[in-house]
Design a protein around this ligand. Structure first.
Ligand code: CA
Length: 124
């Protein structure tokens, strides 16, 4: 299936698309294909994400915190269903960021209009 023209909102709105995305993300993190994500695998992906976004690499403590926060049944590992909660959150954050980008030029336009309006008042 081609997902090129899909927006993140489309993915969030469709259970099928969301499962596709979540499953492929899970598989790429679960490198030993055990069906669960352990602290080592989680640490690896968190460090990778930090490097991609030019942020500080996570500390061992932070990785432990994320694991504990996602590990609802306290098995010490993240199951696919637990991982899906994280993916949904990440996608939702991405939608919010996308909307933020749209809001900014709009603010600018309104500001320009306001300036124009003031100028007109001065002219007439
Ligand atoms: Ca694993």
């Amino acid at each position: 299936m081609s997902q090129k023209n899909l927006t993140i909102k489309d993915i969030l709105a469709s259970e099928e698309l969301f499962n596709d995305v979540a499953k492929s993300a899970f598989d790429s993190v679960d490198t030993d294909k055990s069906g669960e994500i352990d602290a080592k695998e989680l640490g690896k992906i968190m460090k990778q994400l930090a490097a991609e976004t030019n942020s500080e690499p996570p500390s061992g403590e932070e990785i432990k915190e994320v694991l504990e926060c996602l590990d609802e049944d306290k098995s010490g590992k993240i199951s696919y269903n637990e991982f899906k909660v994280l993916i949904r959150e990440v996608l939702q954050n991405m939608v919010e960021e996308e909307e933020e980008k749209w809001r900014e030029p709009w603010k600018k336009i309104r500001f320009e209009q306001l300036k124009l309006f003031n100028l007109n008042k001065k002219l007439f």
